[in-house]
Design a protein around this ligand. Structure first.
Ligand SMILES: *Cc1c(COP(=O)(O)O)cnc(C)c1O
Length: 474
C-alpha cells in the first residue's frame, strides 16, 4: 500500500468519542466501568493504527468499519474485566489435579470459609483467659483425635511442612534418605533441593531400586539428626526393587535414639483398598507404626483446603512451633476454618466418603460413571444440530492425581468426540477457550471427557459449548 493511501486510511480512523457514543458501547457502560471501556477503545484504536502502519491488516477498509471496531472493543472489554482466576470444568478424570486447583471443598467447609471471612473470630484469642492465644490450637485437638498423634501443627502447605520439620530438627546435621526416594514431585519440589534450602545435610543411602536396613544402619553417625522416608509420590519403582518399611526404620531409630520422619505427601485418612486402590499408606497407619513426625497435604487425598499438616511427638512438634520460620509459613483463618470442618466429617467415615468431593469422586461406582457418560453423550448429541459429531461412550481410566497411588489407573467411563468438519486439536482449543473453559484430553485423535470429575451443572455448560461450536462449523 502506498504512503498516501495509508495516510488516507489513518485519517478515517474514528475518534474515541465516536466509538463511545455507539449504542453498543453506551450499553457496555451500563455493565462495565467507564475506565475499562475507554482503555479498551484506546487499545483497539492503537492496534488498528499499528496494523495500518505495518500493513498487517488483511482488509484495511473492512477493519475501519465502525461496527468492526466496536466488536473488537467489546471483546477487549470482556477480556480486561474478566477475572484471571476462574472456574473451569475438569474433564480430565484426574481427581486431585494440582493445575486445576486440587480438592473441591465439602459444603461444610465452604460455610466455615465464608463465616471466617465475614465475621471476626478467635483466631489468636484465648476465650478462656481473655487474652492473646495461638492460631495453632484450632485444628490440633481434632487431628490428635482422628490420628492418635501426640501433637499437631498446621502450616501453609506440605512443602512448607517438610521444610519446617527439616529446618527445626536437622539444621546443620544429617538426614538419611533412601536413594529410591529422592524424588521430584513437580513444580520444582525436589527432596535434595528442599533439604539443602532447609540447612539439613542429605545423606543418601542404598541404590535407586534397592535400599536395605543395613544401608541406613551403617550411615548413622554422631551427626545424624533424622531418618527420613519420603512417599515416592508420582512414580513407582517396579521389578527388582525393595524399600525398608517404616516399622523397620522406627525400630532402628529407637535403638539409636534418632527420630524417624515420614513425608506421606497425600496423606489419606481412608484406606482405599476396598475400592480397588491399594498401596497408599494411611496417616493413622504411619502414626501407629511409630513415626516420630509425619507430614502431608490438606488438599490432596484429605480433600480439604491447602494446608500442610505436621503430626507427631510433642517435643518435636514443639521445636517446630518455636521456630521463627513458622510465622512465615503460617496458615490463614479461612484455611483453618475449612480444615476443621473437613476433619470433623472424618468422625464418621461413611459421612466423609459421601460429603467430601475428592473421596466421593474416587469411590464413585462404575455404574454411576456409566450413567453419567450416557447422560453426557445424550447432551452432546442433542447439541449437534448439524449432525456432524461422532459421539461415543468409551471405557477409560482415571487417575487419583496429587502424587497418590501412582501407576494405578482405575476404570472409568468417558465420552469421546470427533468430527469430520474440525480437527481434534481445534476442538480441544475451542472447548478450552469456552467462557467456562472445558479441560479434556486428546487420545487416539478423539477428544475425551472423563465423567468422573464432572460436577453438577457441568453437562449443561458442555452442551452449550458444543451447541455454539457446531453452529460455527461449515
Ligand atoms: C505433594 C507432595 C508434597 C508437597 O505438598 P504441597 O501440599 O504441594 O506443598 C511433598 N511431598 C510429597 C511426597 C508430595 O506428594
Amino acid at each position: 500500500m502506498s504512503h498516501t493511501s495509508i495516510q488516507n486510511l489513518m485519517r478515517r480512523i474514528p475518534g474515541v468519542d465516536v466509538l463511545l457514543h455507539t449504542d453498543d458501547l453506551q450499553k457496555a457502560l451500563g455493565t462495565h466501568p467507564r475506565k475499562i471501556v475507554l482503555e479498551s477503545i484506546r487499545q483497539v484504536l492503537e492496534e488498528t493504527r499499528k496494523g495500518l502502519r505495518e500493513n498487517t491488516l488483511p482488509d484495511p477498509e473492512e477493519e475501519l468499519q465502525i461496527h468492526r471496531l466496536v466488536g473488537h472493543v467489546i471483546q477487549r472489554v470482556e477480556r480486561l474485566s474478566s477475572h484471571t482466576l476462574r472456574p473451569v470444568i475438569n474433564a480430565t478424570g484426574i481427581v486431585v489435579h494440582t493445575n486445576l486447583g486440587r480438592s473441591l471443598l465439602p459444603r461444610e467447609a465452604l460455610e466455615r470459609l465464608q463465616l471466617m471471612g465475614e465475621r471476626f473470630n478467635n483466631l489468636e484469642y484465648d476465650l478462656e483467659l481473655g487474652k492473646r492465644g495461638s492460631r495453632y490450637v484450632h485444628a490440633e485437638a481434632i487431628l490428635r483425635e482422628l490420628t492418635g498423634a501426640e501433637a499437631a501443627l498446621v502450616v501453609n502447605n506440605n512443602a512448607g511442612a517438610v521444610f519446617l520439620v527439616l529446618n527445626s530438627l536437622a539444621q546443620g546435621r544429617e538426614v538419611i534418605v533412601s536413594r529410591g526416594q529422592l524424588v521430584e514431585i513437580g513444580g520444582s519440589f525436589r527432596i535434595p533441593d528442599v533439604m539443602r534450602c532447609s540447612g539439613a545435610i542429605l545423606q543418601d543411602v542404598g541404590c535407586t531400586n534397592r535400599t536395605h536396613l543395613h544401608d541406613y544402619a551403617s550411615a548413622i553417625s554422631q551427626s545424624t539428626a533424622l531418618l527420613m522416608k519420603v512417599h515416592t509420590s508420582n512414580y513407582r519403582i517396579v521389578g527388582f526393587s525393595s524399600e525398608v518399611t517404616l516399622e523397620e526404620m522406627v525400630s532402628l531409630g529407637q535403638k539409636n535414639n534418632i527420630p524417624v520422619v515420614e513425608d506421606l505427601g497425600s496423606g489419606s485418612f481412608v484406606d482405599f483398598s476396598p475400592y480397588g486402590l491399594t498401596g497408599e499408606p494411611t496417616v493413622q497407619q504411619a502414626v501407629k507404626a511409630g513415626a516420630d513426625v509425619v507430614t502431608f497435604s490438606g488438599d490432596k487425598l484429605l480433600g480439604g483446603p491447602q494446608v500442610g499438616i505436621i503430626l507427631g511427638r510433642e517435643d518435636l512438634i514443639a521445636k517446630c512451633r518455636k521456630n521463627p520460620l513458622t510465622r512465615a509459613l503460617r496458615v490463614d483463618k479461612m484455611a483453618l476454618g475449612a480444615l476443621e470442618a473437613t476433619l470433623r466429617l472424618y468422625r464418621d467415615e461413611r459421612e466423609a466418603l459421601q460429603k467430601i468431593p475428592t473421596l466421593r469422586m474416587i469411590t464413585m461406582p462404575l455404574k454411576t460413571l456409566e450413567e453419567k457418560a450416557d447422560a453426557l453423550m445424550a447432551a452432546i448429541r442433542a447439541a449437534d444440530a448439524k449432525d456432524c459429531l461422532e459421539v461415543q461412550k468409551v471405557e477409560s481410566s482415571s487417575q487419583v492425581g496429587g502424587g497418590a497411588l501412582p501407576a494405578q489407573n482405575f476404570r472409568t467411563w468417558a465420552v469421546a468426540v470427533r468430527s469430520e468438519k474440525v480437527t481434534t486439536p481445534h476442538l480441544e482449543i475451542a472447548l478450552r477457550k469456552n467462557k467456562t473453559p472445558i479441560i479434556g484430553r486428546i487420545e487416539s485423535d478423539r477428544y475425551l471427557m472423563d465423567v468422573r470429575t464432572l460436577q453438577d451443572g457441568d453437562m449443561k455448560i458442555i452442551q452449550e459449548a458444543f451447541k455454539k461450536l457446531v453452529l460455527q462449523l461449515p
